[in-house]
Ligand binder design. Structure first.
Ligand code: ATP
Ligand code: MG
Ligand code: MG
Ligand code: MG
Length: 478
């Protein structure tokens, strides 16, 4: 008999029918009530065993983490807490789980402890919820772009272009076993240039390649893994993360901001519709956590209210120059949380500046635009003032930068000038410059860090907790 998913059992459609359920035991109370979960939902199905009808030896093996199959009838539950339950007629242990050794016990584990058990933490309610939300969000990304007529482009993971990632790239090496690996004089393998003799690295962004496709297909997007050698330990940076990068021909910076805002709202709306139970669970988790904090540090809005707020309000669009004026005029030192040195025009904003603007001043998501040219990448469109570029960053409360984007410099001569000034090799980027030589046009795009979005939606605070297997300087074991 095929088994029925727990999520379908819980809606009661197979009431009074004989069903089979399979999953992992969460708890087994009073030798009678098994809470069974199969990953299809945050909720467990209660399986009621009449222990007199089952050998004690068998019931002993119903331990947290064990995989089991139960056959029985789905009935209405008399107990509080659930509508339906399974009256168990037969029980099979599929995979035992030694209670002395299984690390994920039915108690609250710290997130730090769970990070060390990345392969098992998904058995907890909180990680089950996060990973389902992540999956739905990722579907929402494709849905949005596909329904808006974008073409999904897979930009290369291994690339020779290093224009953007100075200092942050992982180099590719190969261990050729055929004896042809480049060797040093002493016979050891030369790891330096090793993609069949060429220097390559793991991509830090698919943008430059996506641009070339936008200049033929009009609207494109990438959604793939991105690598940065971030040798730091922030709660916002991973060495391997997923980035969504749309690129659109004939769109200027304003259209780019419109696209980003519409896109973000659309995927949040989708996840709120499809992940109601998981979001409610995550919201309650946050509320419980907040209880241990002093009143002043508790957040004013619940998780779902925060998401709703983003949907209902326009992102505040502010130029870099205005932002500097606001920062200069504010008296942040009054509030210890925002103690910073007020910068002069031209300096890059630090995360405490960004957080002040978003969390204290505007109290909503902010799009900062028209940054000084010298703090942004070479490919951004120079404004007529000759000193700012059409760049935008989207800043989110509690997260900081979630999106970085720009209108691209479409003028061949201006781009070449810029590259010369920054000592970027024209020979290396000849293919990129071709887009400006043949049919160049205004175009723009942005990069959204997928994990930062998952952080915002789930209310988690450490980026290591929203990706299945985080890659950080400490974490690459499995
Ligand atoms: P940050 O200032 O936070 O280091 P960035 O300006 O270096 O980010 P961009 O090159 O603009 O990042 O990349 C676009 C987006 O990718 C960022 O807005 C952010 O959401 C995400 N991102 C960048 N670096 C990381 C990282 N190491 N881990 C996770 N997400 C990242
Ligand atoms: Mg960075
Ligand atoms: Mg940045
Ligand atoms: Mg950026």
């Amino acid at each position: 008999m095929r088994h029925t998913k727990v999520i379908d059992l819980l809606n009661g459609s197979s009431l009074l029918q004989e069903i089979t359920a399979k999953g992992w035991v969460k708890t087994f109370r009073n030798n009678q009530f098994i809470a069974l979960n199969d990953g299809s939902t945050i909720h467990n199905i209660q399986c009621v065993v009449d222990f007199e009808n089952f050998p004690a030896e068998l019931l002993k093996k119903v331990t947290t983490g064990a995989a089991i199959a139960v056959k029985g009838t789905l009935i209405e539950s008399q107990g509080a807490g659930q509508k339906f339950e399974i009256q168990v007629k037969s029980l099979e242990i599929l995979g035992e789980s030694d209670p002395e050794k299984f690390p994920i016990q039915p108690k609250k584990h710290s997130l730090e402890f769970l990070r060390e058990n990345a392969h098992l933490r998904v058995r907890t309610n909180v990680f089950g919820a996060i990973m389902r939300v992540r999956s739905v969000l990722s579907y929402a990304v494709h849905k949005y772009f596909q329904e808006s007529g974008f073409v999904y482009v897979n930009t290369p993971i291994i690339t020779g272009s290093d224009a953007e990632g100075a200092g942050e790239m992982f180099q590719v090496t190969s261990l050729s076993l055929d004896g042809n690996a480049p060797k040093n004089e002493d016979g050891t393998i030369n790891y330096k240039e090793d993609f069949f003799g060429k220097h390559t690295n793991l991509t830090v962004s698919g943008q430059l390649e996506a641009e070339t496709y936008a200049m033929a297909l009009g609207q494109v997007y990438t959604f793939g893994p991105t690598f940065r050698a971030e040798n730091s330990n922030t709660s916002r940076h991973l060495a391997e993360f997923w980035m969504i990068e749309p690129e659109v021909a004939f769109n200027d910076l304003d259209a780019n901001m419109d696209l980003a805002e519409d896109f973000i709202k659309s995927i949040i709306r989708h996840v709120m519709e499809k992940c109601e139970d998981d979001l409610k669970f995550l919201e309650q988790r946050l509320k419980d956590e907040e209880k241990s904090k002093p009143q002043a540090e508790r957040s004013e809005m619940s998780l779902i209210e925060k998401l709703q707020f983003v949907l209902e309000n326009n992102f505040k669009r502010v130029s870099y120059t205005e932002a500097i004026d606001i920062l200069k005029a504010s008296k942040p030192n009054k509030n210890k949380k925002f103690q910073y040195i007020i910068e002069e025009w031209g300096a890059d904003l630090q995360s405490e500046h960004e957080r002040f603007l978003v969390e204290k001043h505007f109290k909503c998501p902010v799009i900062l635009f028209d940054y000084p040219a010298n703090i942004k990448a070479f490919y951004m469109r120079l404004n007529e003032d000759g000193k700012t570029v059409r760049a935008m960053d989207i800043l989110f409360p509690g997260i900081g930068e979630i999106v970085g984007g720009s209108q691209r410099e479409e003028r061949y001569d201006v781009l070449v000038e810029k590259m010369k000034a920054l000592d970027i090799s024209e020979e290396e980027l000849w293919w990129y410059l071709d887009t400006r030589r043949f049919g160049s046009a205004v175009h723009s795009g942005f990069g959204l860090g997928f994990e930062r979005m998952v952080l915002f939606v789930t209310g988690m605070t450490n980026i290591r907790d929203v990706i299945p297997f985080p890659r950080t300087p400490q974490n690459a074991e499995f």
